[in-house]
Design a protein around this ligand. Structure first.
Ligand code: G6P
Length: 372
């Protein structure tokens, strides 16, 4: 009913706007004022966490993209090798697992059959399984050794939005907690990131306040046959998520590439007027990849692409090469997906609405897929 949608035409629109609250709720009670993280509910003792030698993340769809981002953060903060795999591929390739492996299963619903089967397989191989889920008491957390719930509240729109942001928050918390428990030497960096993470609800709120122009842009692209997405570092999974959203909601062909791969093939696709969305990494600490992606933008623009650039506020280096510039708050690189994803969500949602699609119930899709 209209009341359930709080005045919005679609649940998805409401759920996009709820993201600052969802992020705040997922942090609530877990980050102490002094930066100490409390994640006792994970049911994995610090002594067990100190034994972990490898992390394997399994998930499907949007949750898989959260896992890809988690890998960058966990390997950087914890120095534990981390693999990410789509759940449907996992158990069929004879993966190497043991008691020192921590498997993190990310699933909004806690019911995706592919992820559940991967969890069962991992536990048979004696790996420790941590679930990151949004639905209390669902099957995947019940069958796992521990769980960290995202507190996004119920998500009705089939395409994940607020649950994705909260999955990222949960992954960051796990990574930072592991770093704390294993008392790694760069404690100062970890504490600084925790403080920045605690500030992210306000940054997410700011993106929502400035995302208006993305709506008009989306409407101008309703007749495009294809949209490409480019990113680097954590911006690459964000690009993958942007392309997935466009497929799911607008039924458009969309594809994402790691910007550095462009020259190895995809650049042949660029032709006059082709829309290309580029996620530009934060400048902080990542100057080299930032400059490389600016070159990539120049390369595709020289070949006729219509460049739609998502970059942090005040980044004047991209302005001359951006046909459309979407500004997001400047935040640490590893946390940037929390702000960079939102324009992608709004873009896909508006494009779908421009085409007259039902964004809450896209054709052929289900909120949770309970068959393998
Ligand atoms: C379905 C949904 C996606 C979701 C995926 C994984 O395909 O349409 O939006 O990302 O399942 O769902 P899960 O509940 O396991 O996160």
């Amino acid at each position: 009913s209209a009341a359930e949608k709080s005045g919005y035409d679609y649940f998805m629109l409401k759920e996009i706007v709820e993201q600052p609250q969802a992020v705040a709720d997922t942090l609530l009670g877990r980050v102490g004022v002094d930066g100490t993280l409390t994640l006792d509910e994970m049911r994995l003792a610090p002594s067990e966490l100190r034994e972990i030698e490898k992390i394997v993340i399994i998930a499907c769809g949007t949750s898989y993209h959260a896992g890809l981002i988690a890998k960058y953060a966990i390997e950087h903060w914890c120095r534990i090798p981390c693999e990410v795999e789509v759940a449907s591929e996992f158990r069929y390739r004879d993966p190497i697992l043991d008691r020192q492996t921590m498997v993190i299963a990310i699933s909004q619903s806690g019911e995706s059959m592919d992820t559940l089967m991967a969890v069962r397989y991992a536990r048979e191989q004696r790996a420790r399984v941590l679930a990151i889920c949004n639905v209390n008491g669902s099957t995947i957390p019940r069958e796992s050794d521990g769980v960290l719930y995202t507190h996004a509240g119920p998500e009705v729109g089939v395409a994940a939005t607020k649950t994705f942001l909260t999955q990222l928050v949960a992954c960051y918390l796990v990574g930072l907690y592991l770093a704390q428990v294993r008392s790694l030497k760069f404690g100062d960096e970890i504490n600084a990131v925790i403080a920045q993470l605690a500030n992210m609800p306000a940054q997410v709120e700011r993106v929502l306040a400035t995302v208006g122009p993305v709506r008009e842009l989306a409407h101008s692209l309703a007749d495009s046959g294809t949209v490409l997405f480019l990113g680097r570092h954590v911006g690459y999974p964000v690009a993958l998520e942007g392309a997935l959203k466009l497929k799911e909601l607008a039924y458009m062909h969309a594809e994402a590439f790691a910007a550095g791969e462009l020259k190895h093939g995809p650049i042949a696709l660029i032709e006059e007027g082709l829309p290309v969305v580029v996620v530009v990494p934060s400048r902080e600490g990542r100057g080299v990849i930032h400059d490389k992606i600016v070159s990539n933008i120049q390369e595709i623009r020289a070949r006729g692409a219509r460049t739609i650039v998502i970059a942090e506020e005040g980044d004047e280096t991209v302005r001359p090469f951006a046909d459309e510039l979407i500004e997001i708050p400047a935040v640490p690189t590893l946390l940037q997906p929390l702000v960079a994803t939102i324009p992608m969500q709004v873009f896909a949602c508006e494009l779908a609405l421009a085409k007259g699609n039902d964004v809450d119930q896209p054709r052929n899709l289900a909120k949770s897929v309970t068959v393998e």
